[in-house]
Design a protein around this ligand. Structure first.
Ligand code: ADP
Ligand code: MG
Length: 249
């Protein structure tokens, strides 16, 4: 099954200045793909479009489809986008955990989309939900920190917590926008490894944007590269030399 189908997508925020230009690609369910490109090449904009935070520009054949359902067409969001939102887990460069909450509570927040009428009380989570969240923390190697405030964790630990939150959300699609950009090399490697384990074991489809290609080569089988909003490479990691790729984007 095709997880993501981006077809002839363009975007400009100001007239005459395109941020994305006629970008098309397909990603099959279960793939883990690196999205690379220099700062300003359009990676975040593309990820925000796939997650539904940004709309695509008008264009007759412009569509974004997720798991076979069109979520945007010709500049408009479609109803399927809302239904699929719960299935999309997003991971940001700045972790986006709530600093004053425990790591466990931050992870439980991932379950909120599964509760029909949430009224703002994290205490309503039952034992089963808590066990699920602890299990997710165990998988990312963070269960010992479950009761620590998020603000007291290192960047790498917070990012692994953010991945645990996406795990409890049971996302089929994980969009990670420069998840390792603020981390030291060792934490960066751990976070990338955590993402690849989830990709392999849970068959989650993962797109991870990186502005540095070493990690892409180490952890992803396929690379999509953007240069000034244009797709300049889409292919297997083993199909291209690092230096040749670096010259393209
Ligand atoms: P990347 O994530 O690869 O660094 P972005 O997608 O953040 O690239 O940005 C690509 C270009 O789009 C940049 O020139 C940026 O200034 C511009 N851009 C992004 N978002 C907006 C916005 N909301 N309004 C205007 N320009 C934007
Ligand atoms: Mg970005």
């Amino acid at each position: 099954m095709t997880a993501i189908n981006v077809s002839s997508v363009s975007k400009s925020f100001e007239a005459g200045k395109s941020v994305l230009e006629d970008v098309s690609f397909k990603i099959e369910a279960g793939e883990m793909v690196a999205l690379i490109g220099a700062s300003g090449s359009g990676k975040s904009t593309l990820i925000r479009m796939i997650s539904g935070l940004e709309t695509i520009d008008k264009g007759e054949d412009s569509t974004i489809a997720l798991f076979g359902q069109d979520v945007q067409r010709n500049g408009r969001r479609l109803p399927a986008a809302r239904a699929l939102r719960r299935e999309i887990g997003v991971i940001f460069q700045q972790f986006n955990l709530v600093g004053r909450l425990s790591l466990l509570n931050n992870v439980l927040v991932g379950r909120l989309g599964h509760i029909p009428k949430w009224r703002g009380n994290l205490g309503l989570f039952g034992t089963a939900e808590k066990i699920g969240a602890l299990r997710a923390l165990e998988r990312v190697g963070m269960v010992d920190f479950a009761h620590r405030r998020a603000s007291r964790l290192s960047g790498g630990q917070q990012q692994r917590g953010a991945i645990a939150r996406v795990l409890t959300q049971q996302a089929r699609l994980i969009l990670a926008d420069e998840p390792i950009a603020s981390l030291d090399p060792k934490s960066a490697d751990t976070v990338m490894e955590t993402l690849s384990i989830i990709n392999r074991e849970d068959k989650a489809t993962v797109i991870v944007s990186l502005h540095q290609i070493d990690h892409a080569f180490r952890h992803c089988k396929r690379i999509i590269a953007l240069r000034q909003g244009k797709l300049v490479y889409d292919g297997p990691t083993h199909g291209i030399d690092k230096g040749d790729l670096a010259a393209l984007y």
